[in-house]
Write a protein that binds this ligand. Structure first.
Ligand SMILES: Nc1ncnc2c1ncn2[C@@H]1O[C@H](COP(=O)(O)OP(=O)(O)O)[C@@H](O)[C@H]1O
Ligand SMILES: [Mg+2]
Length: 326
């Protein structure tokens, strides 16, 4: 293994989440890193490639060549640590984990069964329900048809494998419900949750021990991304989110979404990956990409790497990147 900076591969560099991971590793001065990025677009098309030392275009995750292409990049670039970002890639990387490890690469990803349960909103509901975690009642359309006691309105209709808040419909009556069910491919129907929305970042090690938990209030959301948010101290939420991560045997960074209405916390989504709002977690003192890099390299971490500061407020703005494709 060559000395010098640690080579890290971040996938999906076109996404806010991948850029957030790259920024977190660029702003720390403790560990020199060489950032390699991938995306399904060409480098010049995406702002994220400007954060990378080198960039590679890859096929989509459902392409049979995807895994071998990423494995090839790992060999070529002498990658030590892989951070998969895009939901569609997570399961493929999780199933390919032994092949990465054979090549000396540590992919920070949960087991394939965990990833599959998180990528399917009905299975997520079943997991939460079965394990006694508070969650909104959720139905598949066929279950709703035979339902004696009607769930009542309002309801949410969303794709079972949805991402980025796409095709999420709020429905108030039968007419709107059937229209939404026609629009959404593979829908789930869920009780509508009132209250304030939170995302909880949870960092776990390879043995799924919980190292850090950072709850954030989502104060303004546009197109599935937090534009304004702040870190909060919320002991009950912290305890429950940590327990969910442990039960799912998470490895690395995951984020857990919920709404709190008065005293009532209800979880509705679990993502076994970094969040798009990672910069706030980092600003509040928990640089999880650095933590995971150090863990992967066997570098000891002091306790204060895991403590966060509550009350840190984030307001976002746009930034441009320019390129001159030939
Ligand atoms: N049951 C619900 N009650 C209220 N709002 C919801 C509910 N489900 C989803 N939402 C809203 O829609 C957004 C996207 O839903 P989510 O389940 O997180 O799917 P995605 O994978 O698209 O992020 C959430 O952040 C939340 O604001
Ligand atoms: Mg979500």
């Amino acid at each position: 293994m060559s000395a010098g900076p640690v080579a890290v591969l971040i996938t999906g560099m076109g996404s806010t989440t991948a850029i957030s991971v790259a920024k977190a590793l660029r702003q720390q001065m403790e560990l020199p890193v060489r950032l390699i990025g991938t995306d399904i677009h060409q480098g010049w098309e995406i702002a994220g490639s400007t954060f990378c030392d080198r960039f590679h275009q890859v096929p989509t995750a459902d392409d049979p060549e995807y895994l071998s292409t990423v494995l090839g990049i790992c060999e070529q670039e002498e990658i030590r640590v892989l951070f998969p970002i895009i939901d569609a890639e997570l399961e493929v990387v999780a199933r390919g984990e032994p092949r990465f490890r054979e090549r000396g690469v540590l992919p920070w990803i949960a087991r394939p069964e965990t990833v599959a349960a998180c990528n399917d909103k009905y299975r997520t509901y079943e997991f939460l329900e079965r394990n006694g975690f508070p969650t909104p009642r959720t139905w598949l359309p066929e279950q709703l048809a035979g339902q004696q006691d009607h769930p009542g309105f309002p309801l949410i209709v969303k794709p079972v494998d949805g991402v980025s808040s796409r095709d999420v419909f709020y429905v108030e009556n039968e007419l709107e419900l059937s229209a939404a069910l026609r629009k959404v491919r593979s829908p789930v129907v869920q009780e509508y949750l009132r209250g304030i929305e939170y995302t909880v970042d949870v960092v776990t090690d390879q043995e799924s021990r919980v190292l850090a938990v950072v709850p954030r209030e989502r104060m303004q959301v546009k197109a599935g991304l937090s534009y304004k948010a702040r870190t909060v101290r919320q002991p009950r939420l912290t305890e429950l989110a940590g327990e969910i991560a442990r039960r799912l045997e998470m490895r690395g960074h995951c984020n857990i979404q919920c709404r709190i209405d008065g005293e009532q916390i209800r979880f509705f989504e679990i993502n076994p990956r970094f969040s798009g709002t990672l910069p706030l977690t980092v600003a509040a003192g928990v640089n999880s990409p650095l933590i995971l890099l150090k863990l992967a390299l066997g570098i000891p971490l002091e306790r204060d790497y895991f403590d966060f500061e509550p009350g840190v407020f984030m307001a976002r703005y746009w930034e441009e990147a320019f390129s001159r494709p030939v």
